[in-house]
Design a binder for this molecule. Structure first.
Ligand code: NAI
Ligand code: MG
Length: 398
């Protein structure tokens, strides 16, 4: 295979820190690639009025594969205030570049594995029979539809009259909201399309089949959200019946799933959900395997574009530390997902084994793994820095 070119999108805050660490690991593990930097994030919003400049879009179009750190997003008013004075008042409005990336490249399939590492002091434990402590090993992969649902951006406060009139044709809207003054109405729409729903479901079933997971669980709420959750559940039944009869299909409501999470997390395999509930379920399961320092993800489009990123954000409060304290594992795991995608499974296995060894050995732990509050002093108190954690992983590559 020819040497790939990876577009690196450091973004803001700790995004840039952990991205560099992941590249150090990739290089040390023998992955041969070229890296090309892409501008993205807050700095480019403030300086140029666009947090996702056209030149970055061009790079991703060209090279089709990106490793992304994290960006900082702020509410509209704060964003406006930080925009360079010469760009104020001429029509620039802030929108999150990660959401824009997903929509622009139709990165509609988001995969978020949550797998416990043995010996991780952050693993979920529960009380078992006879007052014992159980530590169920979680191995769940969440398939989150990434472009639709409540994140599609189709929303209004004080909706225009055409929209208002259309809503008023719905008897439930007229009965329950018809007397509310229109300027007091805020509406965010939950849109599912058949095509995207089928794509995320098939991706989930195929993953289950390929990697031997016994079940696919649709985690929505079809008993109440009948049209959208109902569509996903109906299509899931058809797809399972017609194409994946050997894989068990389960149905949990998102609220109940949050409760089942701590009762029997080991019973779930692949979970599939719309954008909002997939976001919730993936953070919830991530909490069982160590939290944001361990939560990785991949996003795929239908036409061969793939973006790999940790699910955490830019953690601005830690960004300015002279010695970085954050855990690089989520980012390094995201880089491993990229290696799997590029069919470099030997290298990804080697890196995952090195991470597993460092965790089980327990000598090198970042502050989150020591249940400390994130402050600069954590290093003095025995926590490993970001760099030390990466160094330990690199030292364990065999
Ligand atoms: P965050 O994920 O940046 O941080 C939340 C907390 O999680 C941190 O304060 C820290 O305690 C912990 N944490 C995060 N990453 C960690 C790591 N690698 N190691 C150890 N601990 C870690 O979320 P927050 O504070 O809600 O948002 C900060 C900024 O990031 C906001 O501007 C937000 O919009 C943005 N964001 C960006 C995302 C992205 O780029 N994909 C995703 C989530 C938030
Ligand atoms: Mg989230």
């Amino acid at each position: 295979m020819s040497k790939p070119t990876i577009v690196t999108l450091p973004g803001d805050g700790i995004g840039a820190v952990v991205l560099n660490e992941s590249i150090r690991v990739l290089v040390a593990a023998g992955f041969k690639a070229d890296y090309i930097h892409g501008d993205i994030g807050w700095e480019f919003w403030c300086k140029e009025g666009n947090p996702l400049p056209q030149r970055t879009i061009k790079l991703i179009e060209k090279y089709k594969i990106a490793l992304f750190g994290a960006i900082t997003s702020k509410p509209i008013d704060e964003a406006k205030a930080e925009l360079s004075p010469d760009l104020q008042g001429i029509g620039f409005t802030y929108s999150s570049p990660i959401v824009s990336l997903r929509q622009l490249f139709n990165l509609d399939i988001c995969v978020r594995p949550c797998k416990s590492y043995k010996g991780n002091p952050l693993n979920f434990v529960r009380r078992g029979k006879g007052n014992t402590i159980d530590e169920p090993m979680v191995d769940v992969v969440i398939f989150r539809q990434n472009t639709e649902c409540l994140y599609s951006g189709v929303e209004w406060t004080n909706p225009p009259s055409k929209v208002y009139e259309a809503f008023m044709t719905h008897p439930k809207f007229a009965a329950n909201f018809g007397s509310v003054p229109v300027e007091e109405l805020s509406i965010s729409t939950r849109i599912f399309t058949r095509k995207a729903t089928i794509r995320i479901l098939i991706a989930a079933f195929e993953h289950a089949k390929k990697f031997g997971y016994k079940s696919v669980t649709v985690c929505e709420k079809p008993n109440v959200i009948r049209e959208t959750s109902g569509l996903m559940w109906k299509l899931a039944k058809e797809i399972q019946r017609n194409s994946f009869p050997d894989i068990k299909l389960l149905n949990t409501n998102i609220d109940a799933q949050m409760m089942w999470l701590t009762k029997n997390p080991e019973d779930y395999g692949v979970i599939v959900a719309g954008n909002m509930f997939g976001d919730i379920a993936s953070d919830a399961f991530a909490g069982l395997i160590g939290g944001l320092g361990f939560a990785c993800s991949a996003q795929f489009s239908s036409d061969g574009i793939a973006v790999f990123e940790p699910t955490h954000g830019s953690a601005p409060k830690y960004a300015g530390y002279a010695v970085s304290i954050v855990n690089p594992i989520a980012m390094i795991e995201s880089a491993c997902m990229m290696l799997d995608y590029l069919d470099e499974k030997k290298i990804s296995s080697k890196i995952r084994k090195a991470i597993a060894d460092v965790i089980i050995e327990g000598k090198v732990r970042t502050y989150d793994m020591m249940k400390m509050t994130g402050r600069p002093e954590v290093i003095m108190n025995g926590a490993a820095s970001t760099t030390q954690m990466t160094d330990a992983i690199i030292a364990g590559l065999k």
